[in-house]
Design a protein around this ligand. Structure first.
Ligand SMILES: [Zn+2]
Ligand SMILES: [Zn+2]
Length: 405
């Protein structure tokens, strides 16, 4: 019997399958591998038939299936022997499925590190009765239904096939013993588990990664049939920040500057996540198409907090809506060496002087009709690529230094 394959794989169904789908898949495979019908290697077919039957036995029973989903293959304690008649049950060690708990953290908290308090409610083993469900163990009696085995053998008919399968005894819930009502544990009412609330303090180390789980071992839910409580798995979820975007250990900061600052250098302050100030001072030309960074002021590395990532700065260069004609003249004089105007030389009388309009139409409505219905005398100057470049008097400068588009 294959222990590596999961029961759903054995039947070739998804773990989300309905009972109808499971039944259908079983029928198909049971017919294929039935010892009376299989061709070729009958021993192998027989083995497959048993495997398929066992998978169906568990998955067709909603209770068993739930336990299988929770504990995996060890859910049934032991499988019946391959002949299906053994009542020996070797118990396997089982740990309850982990609980997930999400904690929301700010980028500030990740930068400095913090402690988060959480409160978790879950079932734990009843300490009063030591997970037996009874106030007096000596009063427990052997279950009459299963005679203490905890399992019963039933014959199941599926279509033309009769199959002998072992099932957990419902009467004693597989324990093999029953508890007289008056000796049920008063604390857990025989359920063997009690609801419990516990507070935990979660240490968030500086630079903690959001996808990396923090595990509180054995602090989670306890299933009454398990040997051990599950873990609580803490998942950190970082809230969006209004100024910074996290990229690994780097922080991305967006800074808006004027075109003049971009050309002549600038000075500005960045308030960091811990409130400290970074003064950025540059006399370089800033090209918005390039990336800039400040070394070692990003997030601390989780393993080595003295080491930090970088702060990447994205510049957004803002152009003025208008420019004063006097200032424009001065600027032109200052940048005359970069002006294209001197290149405009006419050797013909045949020319047309055009004025430049801002192209700000919605591109979605910018259909073919646009080019046929000429709506202004300056239709020849509508240049789609010039969208948003409204810089009267400054286009020379713009094209020389900023490669704005
Ligand atoms: Zn029983
Ligand atoms: Zn109890």
């Amino acid at each position: 019997m294959s222990k590596d394959k999961n029961l759903y794989e054995i039947l070739g169904v998804a773990s989300s399958s309905t009972q109808k789908e499971i039944k259908k898949a079983y029928h198909k495979l049971a017919t294929k591998y039935h010892p009376d019908k299989a061709e070729g290697d009958t021993a192998e077919a027989s083995e497959k038939f048993k495997e398929v039957s066992r998978a169906y036995e568990i998955l067709s029973d909603n209770d068993k299936r739930a336990r299988y989903d929770m504990f995996g293959d060890s859910a049934e304690g032991s499988e019946p022997d391959s002949d299906g008649f053994s009542s020996m049950r070797q118990k396997m060690y089982r740990k309850t499925k982990p609980m997930l708990h999400k904690i929301s953290v700010t980028l500030e908290e990740i930068y400095t590190g913090t402690t988060k308090k959480i409160k978790v409610t879950r079932n734990i083993a009843c300490k009063k009765c030591d997970n037996t469900g009874t106030s007096d163990k000596s009063k427990m009696t052997i279950c009459r239904t299963c005679k203490g085995d905890g399992v019963i053998t039933v014959v199941r008919r599926i279509g033309p096939f009769a199959q002998q399968v072992q099932m957990k005894c419902n009467k004693c819930d597989g324990k093999g013993k029953t508890i007289p009502h008056e000796y049920l544990c008063k604390t857990c009412d025989g359920r063997r588990i009690v609801k419990d609330e516990k507070k935990f303090e979660i240490e968030i180390a500086p630079g903690s990664r959001t996808g990396m789980p923090i595990v509180l071992e054995g602090e989670g839910e306890f299933h009454p049939d398990a040997d051990e409580a599950g873990d609580i798995v803490i998942i950190l979820e970082q809230e969006d920040h209004h100024k910074f975007i996290r990229k690994g250990d780097n922080l991305v900061y967006k800074k808006t500057i004027s075109v003049f600052d971009a050309l002549c250098g600038t000075k500005f302050i960045i308030t960091h996540l811990d409130g400290s100030k970074i003064i950025v001072n540059t006399d370089k030309v800033i090209n918005p198409d390039k990336k800039y960074y400040i070394r070692n002021v990003g997030l601390p590395e989780q393993r080595n907090p003295t080491q930090k990532g970088d702060m990447i700065i994205h510049f957004d260069v803002i152009y003025p809506e208008k420019i004063d004609q006097k200032k424009a003249k001065k600027l032109k004089e200052l940048f005359s060496d970069l002006s294209q105007e001197k290149e405009v030389k006419l050797d013909t009388e045949n020319y047309y002087e055009a004025s430049l309009n801002e192209y700000n139409r919605d591109t979605s409505s910018d259909s073919d009709s646009d080019s046929t219905n000429s709506d202004s005398s300056n239709s020849d100057t509508r240049i789609p690529g010039m969208h948003g470049m409204h810089m009267p008097g400054m286009h020379n400068m713009g094209s020389a230094n900023c490669t704005a588009q």
